[in-house]
Design a protein around this ligand. Structure first.
Ligand SMILES: *[C@@H]1O[C@H](CO)[C@@H](O)[C@H](O)[C@H]1NC(C)=O
Ligand SMILES: *[C@@H]1O[C@H](CO)[C@@H](O)[C@H](O)[C@H]1NC(C)=O
Ligand SMILES: *[C@@H]1O[C@H](CO)[C@@H](O)[C@H](O)[C@H]1NC(C)=O
Ligand SMILES: *[C@@H]1O[C@H](CO)[C@@H](O)[C@H](O)[C@H]1NC(C)=O
Ligand SMILES: *[C@@H]1O[C@H](CO)[C@@H](O)[C@H](O)[C@H]1NC(C)=O
Ligand SMILES: *[C@@H]1O[C@H](CO)[C@@H](O)[C@H](O)[C@H]1NC(C)=O
Ligand SMILES: *[C@@H]1O[C@H](CO)[C@@H](O)[C@H](O)[C@H]1NC(C)=O
Ligand SMILES: *[C@@H]1O[C@H](CO)[C@@H](O)[C@H](O)[C@H]1NC(C)=O
Ligand SMILES: *[C@@H]1O[C@H](CO)[C@@H](O)[C@H](O)[C@H]1NC(C)=O
Ligand SMILES: *[C@@H]1O[C@H](CO)[C@@H](O)[C@H](O)[C@H]1NC(C)=O
Length: 449
């Protein structure tokens, strides 16, 4: 079996859009991040700041402690009504989960007519992602949503852990009657685990997609009807004597991404149902492809019996036990970075003056006329994270703001043709990032080799 490092290297080359600039450092099993940019992000790129928060991979980072501790699971009901102003840009978020339950990348837009959130993917963009700031270590998640239509357009809802355990729903916009389910263990690519469930008319109609994640069984249900189960006891590897079952704290992420973009590998495009038509009716009428998110409800389950617990605030990897469930403890600890240049290796003790640099959302001052804006992906105060430079080139007006790249979507029209716009705009779209989700993209790629 191929090693993950090989896999990621291939992916990094194949997915040219991982980075437009060449001064990014990628990370993998046998190429950990350097001390100067110690955190390995979810996308396999080294940096500091936001790279050390959600998704930071302790296995591939300079050391596991470069990654900040993970906020524990919190029961929640989120109705995504007029919600864009409550989310924080992934690249300006500094880790204070008490200030925001969700971060975003890309182009979220309020959808007033349906009291919901549009996750948009404008022409040639990488789409949008929202991520929970709290992790879950077993629990139940339900999302009421509509998937995007369009060949090559992929909508996704996944649980993704820092060591790449993954539980998925994925919709390919070429087939609006089904949803694909999948799972991975520690990034091991096994593309035999995909299974389709019925989810009829899923672009026009809301359905409730549910993942019930317990220590011994995962159940995927659509509208309350169980469609698939995975028992832990069927995942035993008698060679390694381990259960290869998703078992580490994971964030919830919802996204839309261009699996069928022309620059992607042939296998990815095929899996996504063909090449994206960037001149489709949705692009012409609204300016983007989109999925719609109405609500997400989370119920936490107890951590595994026997878990070492000397606090209640954060999950932390001990670095022992091969990054399995038994290598995670619950303790107390600061989750907030003091500065965009910092990692978990720095002193993040808050200043006495304690002004809140904890979470800054972007202000939007629209300067229309320009259709192209360039800035760092991570906010002006960041100069170490390796998001480097993103260039936006999207129809409609765009603007730059103090915190960096801001895409003002307010001039693009809405699916219902009536008024509703992103009052906050949406910042931080870095189209160089593979918004593609988890490992599916990579596995599809490799399956063609
Ligand atoms: C996060 O969710 C919890 C639980 O639903 C809620 O009490 C809290 O107000 C939310 N936090 C923010 C910043 O919206
Ligand atoms: C949306 O939320 C903003 C900020 O919380 C508030 O000022 C505005 O009145 C809300 N708009 C609607 C239509 O509820
Ligand atoms: C999509 O493909 C176009 C060329 O057709 C390219 O300009 C663009 O950068 C690609 N976008 C992504 C996110 O890969
Ligand atoms: C979440 O809970 C609220 C309140 O009970 C409910 O209105 C909503 O439909 C629920 N959403 C999902 C996805 O179950
Ligand atoms: C893939 O997973 C299945 C179980 O779903 C297992 O039977 C098979 O051996 C795995 N293959 C590899 C190469 O890991
Ligand atoms: C799931 O459905 C898609 C078409 O939407 C098809 O291409 C794929 O082969 C199916 N997967 C499985 C495992 O049956
Ligand atoms: C796995 O566990 C389930 C539930 O406890 C049980 O019904 C099933 O027989 C077990 N399967 C195997 C292969 O041990
Ligand atoms: C089982 O574990 C061994 C040793 O880590 C590994 O080489 C092998 O690929 C695994 N088998 C499956 C089916 O995952
Ligand atoms: C809890 O235990 C961990 C690991 O032994 C230790 O690093 C940490 O300081 C302890 N925390 C508290 C709050 O006692
Ligand atoms: C940017 O980096 C330079 C040199 O490393 C440092 O002096 C400066 O304080 C940094 N700026 C910010 C805003 O972090």
């Amino acid at each position: 079996m191929r090693s993950l490092s090989g896999v990621l290297a291939v992916a990094a080359i194949a997915l040219k859009f991982v980075s437009a600039d060449d001064d990014t450092t990628t990370c993998s099993d046998d190429s950990h991040c350097p001390e100067s940019s110690p955190c390995c992000s979810q996308y396999g790129v080294c940096g500091s700041g936001s790279y050390c928060l959600g998704g930071c991979n302790p296995k591939f980072s300079y050391s596991k402690d470069a990654c900040m501790p993970m906020p524990v699971c919190q029961d929640s009901i989120t109705i995504f009504d007029n919600y864009t102003s409550k989310m924080v840009n992934q690249y300006t978020y500094l880790g204070d989960a008490s200030k925001a339950n969700w971060t975003y990348e890309g182009y979220p837009i309020d959808y007033d007519d349906e009291n919901a959130l549009i996750m948009a993917m404008p022409k040639n963009s990488g789409g949008s992602v929202i991520s929970s700031t709290h992790y879950m270590w077993y629990g139940n998640i339900k999302a009421r949503m509509k998937a995007s239509r369009g060949a090559g357009v992929v909508s996704a809802m996944i649980m993704f852990s820092s060591v790449q355990d993954e539980i998925d729903y994925e919709w390919v916009g070429a087939d609006l009657e089904k949803v694909q389910t999948n799972w991975y263990w520690q990034g091991a690519l096994n593309w035999t685990n995909s299974k389709n469930l019925t989810a009829s008319n899923n672009n026009d109609e809301y359905h409730v997609y549910e993942i019930d994640w317990k220590e011994d069984v995962i159940t995927w249900s659509v509208d309350g009807e169980a469609g698939r189960t995975l028992f832990r006891n069927t995942t035993y590897n008698s060679t390694s004597k381990q259960y290869e079952y998703p078992q580490t704290p994971a964030r919830i992420q919802l996204s839309i991404w261009p699996g069928g973009n022309a620059t992607n590998a042939v296998g990815t495009i095929e899996w996504a149902g063909g090449e994206i038509d960037w001149d489709s009716d949705d692009i012409k009428d609204y300016g983007y492809y989109y999925s719609v998110l109405e609500s997400v409800n989370i119920t936490c389950y107890d951590p595994p019996a026997g878990t070492t617990k000397n606090g209640s605030e954060v999950y932390q990897y001990t670095g022992k036990n091969s990054w399995l469930e038994s290598g995670v403890i619950i303790t107390d600890g600061n989750t907030v970075l003091k500065d965009y240049d910092n990692s978990g290796l720095d002193d993040n003790t808050p200043d006495k003056s304690s002004s809140s640099s904890a979470s800054s959302s972007s202000s939007t001052k629209s300067s229309s006329g320009s259709t192209k804006s360039t800035s760092t992906s991570s906010g002006s105060s960041n100069n170490k994270s390796t998001g480097t430079t993103a260039t936006a080139d999207v129809e409609g007006s765009s603007s730059t703001a103090a915190t960096g790249f801001v895409q003002d979507m307010s001039t693009t029209s809405n699916p219902t043709k009536s008024t509703s716009s992103a009052s906050t705009g949406s910042a931080g779209g870095n189209k160089n990032m593979p918004y593609g989700f988890g490992l599916t993209l990579i596995s599809v790629l490799l399956s063609m080799i």
